[in-house]
Design a protein around this ligand. Structure first.
Ligand SMILES: Nc1ncnc2c1ncn2[C@@H]1O[C@H](COP(=O)(O)OP(=O)(O)O)[C@@H](O)[C@H]1O
Ligand SMILES: Nc1ccn([C@@H]2O[C@H](COP(=O)(O)OP(=O)(O)O)[C@@H](O)[C@H]2O)c(=O)n1
Length: 430
């Protein structure tokens, strides 16, 4: 019997509901336990739901994983148009219990009207995906019977390469919530790269279709792997957008007579937008390599003076984990998990300051700054769950950890608080 396919469905408001399709998910005493009622409410009548998933690829096949990630990103605009635009979209992750077989990333589309137009639009979307592998499409349904609501899923299959038919229904049953979020084992390959080579390999796989990848690889390959850093301290300032990083780093650099650097470094600015439009896996590889290029500049500068850095590896890791791990804070990898460990081949700062302000103060400062916001900043604004996950990841970082500083007071008070921390933690400062 094929192993059950399990799914993690991100619920409105940030929870997660797990269910299985095919063989009984739990394998427990009752062969057909009904799924989590929160999932059942989103899968069963009166509306109609569809699972649109991009096939996973084994970890080693980077080109296939990049292709799959780009395919899903390419589908998103079409999912906001016509009948599909009227559907509720919820993040859906397909996985095998115990790992293996590659994660399937995608969406659950909930059509409240349960009309045929949605199904037609989805099959037309699949027809437009000419390159292999195509996304998979499963349609959910259910019947009320003596034992209550019985849910099933029927995959759509292309018969003879030209006719879409529905396969036999498979039961939707309960599945136990795994100890770790199903995306966590994949993080070191997909988003939080443990060393330069892991990030480099992703951009290498992009060079056939993304010229910017070749340009960034050229820059990072000029950076020596062994970095003789100087005697002066390296201080990183981290925090959510609009917490005051730019303001604090400038004032701190002035006060210390320090060099002021940032990651990604200015030299990567010509390609940043191109990567921000790529899927998360590619985007995170870009920012990871940006950290290695910035490290080269930091090492050189630390021979001459203290160095202050605006964002570094903690930004890359915190945003990557908070993005990849669906659900809420409780679904993140627990504190002490290795994913929060600083990469062994990346220059390690002497102090990391984490600026924190209340959501209200942050909103006020964003308004005051008046600049347009990136999609990620919009997400931070729209989703308190995402923001809480980023903050929780920052707090779980280790070796070095982040030292939180309340950045709500006046600019001068915040600067004095940071200077006090620097003097405590960087005794080598002249
Ligand atoms: N301590 C502070 N009190 C009030 N406003 C501040 C303070 N620090 C920064 N700001 C303002 O908040 C906005 C965001 O600050 P900025 O330094 O750009 O944050 P970040 O670099 O973290 O996005 C700017 O308009 C800045 O002038
Ligand atoms: N070292 C870094 C810096 C930024 N980033 C990503 O880039 C986003 C915005 O960076 P930014 O420099 O524009 O943010 P601000 O400093 O303008 O607030 C962050 O939220 C991260 O997702 C990263 O992953 N790693």
């Amino acid at each position: 019997m094929a192993q059950p396919r399990c799914f993690a469905l991100e619920l409105p408001g940030g929870g997660l509901a797990h269910f299985a399709v095919g063989a009984a998910g739990s394998g427990g005493a009752d062969p057909d336990p009904d799924p989590d009622p929160r999932a059942a409410a989103l899968l069963g009548p009166p509306g109609r739901s569809y699972a649109l998933l991009v096939p996973g690829a084994p970890g080693a096949d980077l080109a296939a994983r990049v292709r799959a990630a780009r395919l899903l990103r390419r589908l998103l605009p079409a999912l906001r148009r016509g009948p599909l635009g009227r559907c509720e979209r919820l993040r859906l992750l397909g996985y095998r219990p115990g790992g293996g077989g590659g994660l399937q990333r995608g969406l659950l589309l909930r059509d409240p009207g349960a009309g045929p137009a949605t199904r037609r639009a989805l099959l037309a979307l699949l027809d437009s995906c000419l390159e292999a592998p195509r996304p998979s499409l499963g349609e959910f349904g259910g019947e009320f019977g003596g034992a209550g609501l019985r849910l099933w899923q029927r995959p759509w299959e292309l018969r003879g390469g030209r006719e879409w038919r529905q396969a036999e229904p498979e039961r939707v049953v309960a599945a136990p919530e795994p100890a770790l979020h199903p995306a966590v084992p994949d993080l070191p390959r997909a988003a939080v790269f443990p060393h330069r080579e892991a990030a480099r390999a992703v951009l290498e796989a992009c060079t056939p279709f993304l010229p910017a990848a070749g340009a960034v690889l050229e820059l990072v390959d000029r950076c020596p792997r062994q970095l003789p850093r100087g005697p002066f301290p390296v201080i990183v300032v981290e925090g959510l957008d609009a917490t005051g990083k730019t303001t604090v780093t400038r004032a701190l650099a002035d006060a210390l007579g320090a060099a002021l650097l940032r990651s990604p470094p200015a030299g990567l600015s010509p390609w940043r937008q191109a990567f921000d439009e790529e899927p998360d896996m590619v985007r995170r590889a870009f920012y990871s390599l940006g950290n290695y290029i910035a490290a080269s500049e930091i090492a050189a500068a630390s021979a001459r003076a203290p160095v202050v850095v605006d964002r570094f590896w903690h930004s890359t890791a915190a945003y990557a984990i908070a993005t990849e791990v669906s659900g809420a804070v409780q679904h993140l990898p627990p504190a002490r998990h290795p994913i929060y460990q600083w990469p062994k081949d990346l220059l390690r700062p002497d102090l990391v300051v984490l600026l924190t302000v209340s959501p209200e103060e942050r909103r006020e400062r964003i308004r005051g700054r008046g600049l347009e916001r990136t999609a990620e900043e919009e997400e931070l604004e729209a989703s308190s769950t995402f923001r809480q996950k980023v903050e929780a990841c920052y707090e779980r970082m280790e070796d070095p950890g982040c030292h939180a500083v309340d950045a709500s007071p006046s600019r001068e008070q915040v600067l004095q608080a940071v200077l006090g921390l620097v003097r405590d933690r960087c005794p080598q400062l002249p």
